[in-house]
Design a protein around this ligand. Structure first.
Ligand SMILES: Nc1nc2c(ncn2[C@@H]2O[C@H](COP(=O)(O)OP(=O)(O)OP(=O)(O)O)[C@@H](O)[C@H]2O)c(=O)[nH]1
Length: 332
């Protein structure tokens, strides 16, 4: 199940359950003749049903649907107004489903802010109008509910982020993985076509990687790849991205970088890596193939293939070098 669908289901379930709760409150208050509370519960039920409908309408962009904040702000301020103006002792309990809903539906920071704005007047009125025992119990209950829900949502967000990072990261090196390369490169190509900015890519291969593995073992090569990744991250600028593919190969996407720029950065990488003394392995060299997006480059394959061909050319010319292969000039 995608995250958007998961959120659609949980939001719908949250609104639905809270709507049932407030509808039951409305019926109960009608039976006992508490008309003010009946109208409040009815209005809240209507807003919750609106939230349910809105969730369904925005099911494709649930993560960025701004209407939830409006609906929940309406529900929270309605309850705060009721707490401040009505003399209804049990009304503080109505905050419970709202606290959970705020955190379940809104981003954590918004949910916490809205919940704090609800809790302060509710608790203030509870302490002023009930006995210490009741106020203490209500405060402890509401704060415990808020803390547990917030912790759970924080934990979920953290797990979701970790799962997303794992899906696009090569665990051996810490660079992005091959799967993420095509996705990002396609986006960058589209952006370059739309804006007219240059886009360059680099294919980087560690020379004599097989000999390094034979001499220093698989663990030695892994350590080297991880250290090279760290050094590459230090060299490239923000906005560039680094990918680890096929064991000893790397790929760099350099947005907003023209031919002269990719020549500069490729030479800088080659020199930095070859001058460094690597733990266990000592000196190494790399071959780099560079290219810049040309007129016909609308898919990832042509750019990737040209960069790899340029890297093989650099290697054929004696390794420890960079080779640039031009694309078809982009028409102005
Ligand atoms: N994408 C990318 N391009 C780089 C990088 N370093 C250098 N370049 C390119 O090489 C050109 C010359 O870079 P430098 O020799 O560092 O000169 P610079 O004027 O300090 O470069 P910037 O101020 O970073 O533009 C830049 O304009 C970029 O096009 C890098 O880390 N990433």
């Amino acid at each position: 199940m995608t995250e958007t669908r998961l959120r659609t289901w949980t939001h719908a379930f949250g609104y639905g359950l809270a709507a049932l709760f407030t509808a039951a409150l409305a019926l109960q208050n009608l039976r006992y003749g508490f008309y003010q509370l009946f109208y409040l519960a009815l209005a809240m039920t209507a807003l919750l049903v609106a939230g349910l409908v809105y969730t369904w309408l925005c099911r494709r962009q649930q993560l960025s649907a701004p209407g939830h904040l409006v609906i929940l702000a309406g529900l929270n301020s309605g309850l705060v107004a009721a707490v401040l103006t009505m003399d209804a002792p049990g009304i503080s309990h109505w905050a419970m489903p709202l606290l959970s809903l705020n955190l379940l539906i809104l981003p954590l920071r918004h949910g916490l802010m809205l919940s704090a704005m609800l809790l302060v007047p509710v608790l203030a009125v509870t302490w002023l109008s009930t006995s210490i025992d009741t106020a203490l119990m209500t405060t402890a209950g509401l704060i415990a509910l808020l803390a547990v829900t917030a912790l759970y949502i924080w934990h979920y967000d953290h797990m979701a982020q970790s799962a997303q990072d794992l899906a696009i990261t090569d665990p051996a090196t810490g660079a992005h993985n091959a799967r993420f390369l095509d996705e990002t490169l396609q986006k960058e190509i589209s952006r370059a076509i739309a804006t007219g900015h240059p886009l360059s890519v680099v294919s980087l291969n560690i020379d004599h990687a097989d000999e390094i593995r034979d001499l220093h073992g698989k663990a030695g090569l892994q350590t080297l790849l991880r250290d090279v990744t760290g050094t590459l991250f230090e060299i490239i600028r923000a906005g560039d991205s680094l990918y680890s593919i096929n064991g000893s190969e790397f790929f760099l996407i350099l947005p907003f970088t023209p031919e002269e720029g990719v020549r500069v950065i490729a030479e800088r990488i080659r020199r930095t890596l070859s001058e460094h003394d690597w733990a266990q392995v000592g000196k190494i060299s790399v071959s780099l193939g560079c290219t810049t997006r040309g007129n016909g480059d609308t898919s990832t394959h042509s750019l990737r293939d040209r960069a790899v061909t340029a890297m093989l050319e650099a290697r054929k010319r004696g390794a420890d070098s960079a080779w640039f292969s031009p694309g078809e000039p982009v028409k102005a």
